[in-house]
Every structure is written in structure tokens, then in C-alpha cells.
Design a protein around this ligand. Structure first.
Ligand SMILES: NC(=O)c1ccc[n+]([C@@H]2O[C@H](COP(=O)([O-])OP(=O)(O)OC[C@H]3O[C@@H](n4cnc5c(N)ncnc54)[C@H](O)[C@@H]3O)[C@@H](O)[C@H]2O)c1
Length: 371
């Protein structure tokens, strides 16, 4: 197999991770990095790889077979469209776009150009998710009534100052949505939606922030799917003890648990979670699609439900700010005291934060359950 030519647009930030992965794939003879593009000076470009400030010049001059788009979300539509029109397949970082009109426009561009977009939701490449879906489809859990996600991480002041779109809801008049749900926990939200892959009917959220940013760092999100199953996502970036992201599927014959990034799965009747090995990267999967038609794991169409959720979150009232007395502040970290217990209860009971009593609730005028 000849190595596929790949270009990377957005070469700093998370683009550094793509460069590492490309170097590893290049060593295996799968790809050839032909160019980088970034509107800012590129950190440590690899020897012999041309760097462009203008992605259109890159596309015209190097004609890559695959383009990775790893730029801020508000730039995704235009850059991906240009790459498709230049004849490339695209690995587009999540969130793909920020409303359904843009999502549908990109789906139409795929059809018009005959190319494909794989979205960077690596949680959809989880072999544990495949096994969980099989168990659900074959009735191993009985009738599914709820899917929940619990994640408690910590992000400090430096994280919220990492780039111009950090903590922002809009950039240059375009939506950006750098909150816990659309950015760090996007993979968990997408994975929860992918357990059933059924359409989203209703979205409700109660969310807050512990510092003066425009987006949420703590959220409970309840999604009602066609057929009535509820997805409850309870996450924070101002957490106490670390919880990576526990996905639980509740059925009337038992529950199953999957750890979000480790591919460990426990099905009903099993005493403990076990590793489900064999995860491939989304780039490998895209190369396999190009070579032999292997189905895309995170194709653009499959991620439309995520964009539906994001669109609804854009329309919701902004997150409220909790009072300083609800926080423990140390070394650039602000911890919302009691948040882990509250989110765990929300995940179990299918509740939004403002439907339970919380220590910080008294400091908030009336909560913000939006739907
Ligand atoms: N899959 C994951 O786990 C993961 C992790 C982190 C970030 N991301 C996603 O990756 C994307 C980039 O995030 P980031 O944290 O690296 O952002 P960033 O702002 O740190 O870096 C983005 C880079 O894109 C460049 N850029 C912006 N507009 C450009 C344009 N028009 N042409 C060329 N370059 C341009 C910027 O100069 C910057 O170097 C986002 O969509 C983010 O959600 C995904």
C-alpha cells in the first residue's frame, strides 16, 4: 500500500498531538505528512515539511489526499468545505460544526464532492462501545431506560487562558462554545448518544461556572431520545475527586458500565469491568475506509445528534456564576465544594442539578433549567 499524503491545518495546540500521531503512522508507512498550515507561527515544524499561512495555497500546491482540520470550532465549516472541494477526505476535529444548518451543509458537500468527513470523536472508535451496543441490541440489558455519564475533572486558570477562544461562547460574532459539554466532555456526550444512535427529541440543561468565563464548567444535561430513553450527562471541570467519565446504561434486566477513555466494560452478570482491546485511531479507520470501504467509525452523519444538542445549548440561557463562598480556591484551581456528590446523584437519578438541593443553590436566584 502506498503511503497516503496528509496535510494538517491548525498545527499548534491539539495539532501537536496530530503531528505525533502522524509521525507514528508515517513510521509504519501508512501516511506521508506533506504540509502544515497555520495562521500563526508554527512551533517546531518537522524538517522538509512546507508550512503555509494560507490553507488555500496548501491545498492548491500540495494536493493532499487527506486533510486534518484542527482549528477552533468557528473555522471548521469553511476549512472543511475548502478541503473537500480540493478533493481531500477530511478528519475534522470535534465539535464538527455548531448548528444543524452547517452540519447539513457539510453533509451535502460530502455528497457533492464524493469525499468523506470523519469527525474527531475518538470515543466512537472504542471497541468497548461496539460490544456494549451489541449487548443492548441483543437484549442483554432488557429495555433500556436511561444512559448516564459522570465526569469530574479539574481545570485551572491557565487552562481557561490557553487560547483566544478559551472560555468563550462566541468569537468574532461566530459561536464557539468552549464549555465542558462541547469541548472536554464532548467525547463522553457523543459516546452516550452513540449507544442507541436514535434521534434527539428534547434537550434540557442546568449549568454554571465557577470563574468569570462565558461558558459552563459544570453542567447537567438531559437529552430525551426518540422512544423516550433519557441521556443524563453530569460533568464538571471544577471537581473534587477525579472521575474520568463513567458511562452507565440502565436496562430493566441489568446495567452496564463503560469507562470513557479506557475501553473497560462491565456487562450485566459480570463481576468486574474488563478491557476490550483493539482500538484503532480515527485516522487509521479513515485510511481503511479509503483503501477497502471499511465503515467510518465517526462519520459526519453519525455525529449529527451531537450537533443537535450543541445547537440547543447555544439557544439556552447562559450559565450562572456561583457565589465565591461555594468554592475552595487554591493554586489556580477553583473547586465547587460538594459537586461530586451532587453530580453522582444527578447521574443516578436522571436529575438536573436544580432539581436537587445543592449547597450553592441558595446563592442562585432561580437556577436555569432551560428547555
Ligand atoms: N479530539 C480531542 O481530544 C481534542 C482535544 C483538544 C482539542 N480538540 C479540538 O481541536 C480543535 C483545535 O483546538 P486547539 O485546542 O488546538 O485550539 P488552539 O486555538 O490551541 O489551536 C488551533 C490552531 O489553529 C490555528 N488556526 C486558527 N484558524 C486557522 C485557519 N483559518 N487556518 C489555519 N490555522 C488556523 C491557530 O493559529 C492555532 O495554532 C478544536 O476543534 C478542539 O475542540 C480536540
Amino acid at each position: 500500500m502506498t503511503a497516503t499524503s496528509v496535510a494538517l491545518i491548525g498545527a499548534n495546540g491539539h495539532g501537536l498531538h496530530h503531528r505525533e500521531q502522524l509521525a507514528e503512522h508515517e513510521r509504519r508507512g501508512l501516511v506521508r505528512l506533506v504540509a502544515l498550515a497555520d495562521t500563526q507561527p508554527v512551533t517546531d515544524p518537522p524538517d522538509g515539511v512546507p508550512v503555509y499561512a494560507d490553507h488555500l495555497a496548501l491545498l492548491a500546491e500540495t494536493k493532499p489526499e487527506v486533510v486534518i482540520v484542527c482549528t477552533p470550532p468557528h473555522t471548521h465549516l469553511a476549512l472543511t468545505r475548502d478541503a473537500l472541494h480540493a478533493g481531500a477526505d477530511v478528519l475534522l476535529e470535534k465539535p464538527p460544526v455548531l448548528d444543524r444548518a452547517e452540519h447539513d451543509a457539510l453533509l451535502a458537500e460530502q455528497d457533492a464532492t464524493g469525499r468523506v468527513v470523519q469527525v474527531g470523536f475518538q470515543s466512537l472508535a472504542s471497541p468497548a462501545l461496539v460490544r456494549l451496543r451489541e449487548a443492548v441490541a441483543t437484549g442483554g440489558l432488557g429495555t433500556v431506560r436511561q444512559i448516564s455519564v459522570l465526569g469530574c475533572w479539574r481545570r485551572d486558570d491557565a487552562y481557561w487562558a490557553r487560547s483566544p477562544w478559551s472560555g468563550r461562547r462566541t468569537v468574532n460574532g461566530r459561536p464557539s462554545l468552549d464549555g465542558a459539554l462541547a469541548n472536554p466532555f464532548a467525547h463522553a456526550v457523543m459516546q452516550a448518544l452513540a449507544v442507541l444512535d436514535t434521534p434527539v427529541i428534547r434537550v434540557e440543561v442546568d449549568w454554571l461556572k465557577v470563574r468569570p468565563i462565558e461558558v459552563e464548567d459544570t453542567a447537567t444535561l438531559r437529552i430525551t431520545l426518540a422512544g423516550g430513553v433519557r441521556v443524563l450527562v453530569a460533568v464538571t471541570l471544577a471537581g473534587e475527586d477525579f472521575v474520568d467519565g463513567e458511562l452507565t446504561v440502565y436496562g430493566d434486566r441489568g446495567s452496564a458500565e463503560l469507562t470513557f477513555r479506557e475501553d473497560r466494560l462491565r456487562l450485566p452478570g459480570e463481576p468486574a469491568a474488563q478491557l476490550v482491546a483493539g482500538r484503532s485511531t480515527l485516522l487509521e479507520n479513515l485510511l481503511a475506509f479509503r483503501a477497502s470501504g471499511t465503515p467510518l467509525l465517526s462519520g459526519l452523519a453519525r455525529t449529527a445528534s451531537f450537533t443537535t444538542v450543541i445547537e440547543q445549548l447555544r439557544a439556552a440561557a447562559p450559565p450562572y456564576q456561583v457565589a465565591p463562598e461555594a468554592l475552595a480556591v487554591e493554586d489556580g484551581h477553583r473547586t465547587l465544594v460538594g459537586v461530586n456528590d451532587v453530580l453522582r446523584r444527578c447521574a443516578t437519578e436522571g436529575a438536573l442539578m436544580n432539581e436537587l438541593s445543592t449547597t450553592w443553590g441558595a446563592t442562585v436566584p432561580d437556577g436555569t433549567a432551560n428547555d
